[in-house]
Design a protein around this ligand. Structure first.
Ligand SMILES: [Zn+2]
Ligand SMILES: [Zn+2]
Length: 338
């Protein structure tokens, strides 16, 4: 199954044997919380961090499932270009009618007797739009889950932006009560995966996802699933005490520190190491020329690095130490005098 998915261009990751949750992280990743983007395990070919590890690399597939044939298979929906409706049939208390289909008021005259699951809310939504329920869509891959739910798989057009994931109970972004959306930032259990509760089993004849129907794409956009640019975290400027601002050494160093701190706007890239290196090299020159105390330089650099890359603490300390000592070989005077 993993190989079949990868052949379709869908990145896969292992699920714990007999379960629908990802295989666990390594001890280092369990004990030291960090962003997947900063994790050394992923470039090293380990399966830490769930769907973040998903790959189509045949060698990794062979290594992962070859050694652990009882692992299930998850597909990372976003990079696979998949949108999967996860319809639940859990017994749960039916919420107020305003929360069944977010954004769509259901008139008091509509009789909701018998409404009990995501199958019902999705059918209601489809009926309002004059479309058949996706649960009955014979044209696409549908998978019965061990708990009596149904996964309805769709694909987006090649190159089209993905949709956001959501859970049907969310007050913010949801398609329908008891209908989860698995898309960007989510994964889906593949057919034939076996858990202690049963096997994920395709129903009907279709074995491939069909193109997402237009009406459903419109509903996903209406309900806030359309892709949104990642929020940019604007670094909060650190207050500068007048005594510090007066120092010419610090005036020289501050813009370089600001560039380091501004790397917080994105989780990776942005030439963080290069910028930290430049700031520390300059600080080393100022220390060597007697314009800045070494512990103070250490603090400023460590604070700026921590503001931008809190999870790369050790890396930052290494960069700072080596650039400080390299800079010390070239004493630096703020006015540029020798
Ligand atoms: Zn790890
Ligand atoms: Zn990790």
């Amino acid at each position: 199954m993993a190989r079949w998915c990868a052949a379709n261009g869908w990145p896969v990751h292992p699920l714990a044997a007999g379960r629908k949750t990802p295989a666990g992280n390594c001890p280092a990743c369990r004990e030291d919380p960090h962003r997947p983007a900063d994790c050394p395990c992923l470039p090293a070919g380990k399966w830490c961090h769930g769907f973040h590890a998903a790959t189509t690399d045949p060698e990794l597939l062979a290594a992962w499932w070859g050694v652990n044939p009882s692992f299930g298979v998850g597909v990372s929906c976003g990079p696979a270009g998949l949108v999967v409706l996860d319809i639940d049939a859990h017994s749960a208390e039916v919420p107020h009618r305003d929360r069944l289909l977010p954004g769509i008021p259901i008139h008091e005259n509509v009789n909701l007797t018998g409404l009990a699951s995501g199958f019902d809310t999705l059918a209601l939504l489809a009926a309002l739009r004059g479309a058949p329920s996706p649960a009955d869509d014979e044209a696409t891959l549908r998978v019965r889950t061990p708990s009596g739910g149904l996964h309805v798989w769709y694909r987006t057009a090649p190159g089209a932006p993905g949709y956001r994931s959501s859970v049907g109970s969310s007050p913010k972004v949801a398609l329908a009560w008891q209908v989860d959306v698995r898309a960007v930032g989510g994964y889906i259990v593949t057919p034939a995966t076996r858990t202690s509760a049963g096997t994920y089993t395709p129903v009907g004849a279709a074995r491939m996802p069909a193109l997402l129907p237009d009406w459903l794409a419109a509903e996903l956009s209406r309900t806030g699933h359309a892709p949104q640019p990642a929020p940019v975290r604007v670094p909060v400027p650190r207050p500068v005490r007048p005594a510090r601002a007066a120092s010419r050494a610090l005036r020289l160093l501050e813009p370089l520190l600001a560039e380091v701190r501004a790397c917080a706007a994105a989780a990776e890239g942005m030439a963080f190491t290069e910028k930290l290196n430049r700031a520390a090299y300059t600080a080393g020159g100022l220390v060597a020329a007697g314009h800045l105390a070494e512990p103070r330089a250490q603090d400023l650099l460590t604070d700026a690095a921590h503001a931008a890359r809190p999870h790369r603490h050790r890396h930052s300390l290494t960069v700072i130490a080596s650039a400080l000592s390299a800079g010390a070989a070239r004493p630096l005077h703020p006015e540029g005098r020798p």
